[in-house]
Design a protein around this ligand. Structure first.
Ligand SMILES: [Zn+2]
Length: 89
């Protein structure tokens, strides 16, 4: 008998043992009457004032200047226009 066949048979046997074990364990649990305990849920929150909305996030608006060459709005931090390459006024 080949080694692979032995390994395969061993795996099948192991699988059968595992399934049998699970089956009997389930039967045992049923007979002992252990109920399927649902997961404990925290008590429902009491109705109260609505939660305070978080403060609106400040939107940082970057200062922009209009390019004299092409009219595109470029950041004041930019050295030159990204469209036409003209130096920032
Ligand atoms: Zn430009």
């Amino acid at each position: 008998m080949g080694l692979l066949l032995k390994i395969a048979l061993f795996g099948v046997a192991l699988y059968g043992v595992w399934k049998t074990f699970r089956y009997w364990k389930g039967m045992f649990d049923r007979f002992t009457g252990r109920p399927e305990v649902p997961p404990q849920r925290p008590p429902a929150p009491q109705p109260g004032p609505p939660p305070v909305a978080p403060p609106a996030r400040k939107v940082v608006v970057e200062d922009t200047v209009q390019c004299a060459g092409c009219g595109a709005y470029i950041s004041t931090a930019a050295e030159k226009c990204g469209h036409c390459g003209r130096p920032r006024p």
